[in-house]
Design a binder for this molecule. Structure first.
Ligand code: 2AM
Ligand code: CA
Ligand code: CA
Ligand code: CA
Length: 273
């Protein structure tokens, strides 16, 4: 089985298990705060994905949101150290846990593979709609086997942009404030609750763009490759070339990118340092 096949199999298996648990009674556990919670299903999903990947590739490294990391090689806390790692899988076992807990469609499984710190594979699965998105470096992006590409819309006013705001993030206020300017330029703003789903929707052209402050590497790793391989642009909120694990991200169909960066320039990050 190829890396892609393994990742797709793991994402689908986990996604179907998650879907089967929606609306069932489940305990939630507090992580960093009351806003940051995890369920037994997040952990079960991560264990399923980890077993599937490490059974196929026992020497690879694995970074998951819920159980930090298991690795045959020592890896650092951030991807800065990932350049020394030949194969690092980066996994969000449920992106959109809040939606999952409340039974709202809009949660995904996100699996990426970085080789020596460079993204080579990204898979995002939305079990509610049975949509499997994937991208391989240099080979384009796909949804359920069909090639996808970014929106061709030229003007911000003709497209929908998405965002989210992590309640516990130091960037929360700036994220919310930035909606004011962005909201004046774009048709409307959506907050679907899964950063990975937002990125998959930018890749297939449903959304013109997505921006968010304060994200983690597992929220965006797969989606960044999907957007790039679909012809889109990904930068930091300050317009620099996007590099994992930058927390602040803008992804778009290229054409509306300058409008977003211009809006965000009203909210310099220096102001919260
Ligand atoms: P999660 O569901 O995996 O935690 C939405 O804004 C994005 O932010 C989602 O990708 C979500 O991922 C993440 N997120 C939401 N609340 C969070 C919190 N309190 N801490 C960390 N990440 C959070
Ligand atoms: Ca979480
Ligand atoms: Ca997440
Ligand atoms: Ca998660």
């Amino acid at each position: 089985m190829s890396f892609l096949e393994t990742a797709c199999k793991a994402a689908k298996q986990a996604g179907k298990m998650i879907l089967s648990q929606v609306s069932k009674e489940m305990a939630t556990e507090k992580k960093s705060s009351n806003f940051d919670v995890v369920t037994e299903i997040d952990k079960r999903s991560e264990r399923m994905i980890r077993s599937c990947i490490l059974e196929s590739y026992p020497t690879h490294s694995f970074l998951g949101e819920e159980e930090t990391y298991v690795s045959t090689q020592p890896i650092g806390k951030t991807l800065e150290d990932a350049r020394n790692i030949p194969y690092l899988w980066i996994v969000d076992p449920i992106d959109g846990t809040a939606n999952f807990i409340h039974g709202i469609p809009g949660f995904t499984v996100s699996i990426a593979l970085a080789c020596h710190g460079e993204l080579v594979l990204g898979v995002i699965y939305d079990p509610c709609r049975d949509e499997l998105f994937w991208a391989e470096r240099g080979k384009g992006s796909y949804c359920n086997g069909d090639p996808i590409s970014i929106s061709t819309v030229e003007r911000a006013v003709d497209c929908i942009i998405a965002t989210g705001f992590v309640s516990t993030s130091e960037f929360r206020e700036i994220n919310i404030a930035s909606m004011e300017q962005i909201g004046k330029e774009f048709r409307t703003i959506r907050v679907l609750g899964s950063a990975a789903l937002h990125l998959a929707y930018v890749a297939c052209g449903k959304l013109g763009a997505f921006w968010e402050y304060g994200l983690s590497v597992w929220d965006v790793a797969a989606g960044v490759l999907l957007v790039k391989e679909a012809g889109g642009m990904v930068t930091s909120t300050e317009g620099e070339t996007y590099q994992l694990p930058n927390q602040n991200i803008v992804a778009s169909n290229v054409k509306v990118h300058p409008t977003i960066l211009n809006c965000l320039s009203h909210y310099p990050l220096r102001s919260i340092e």
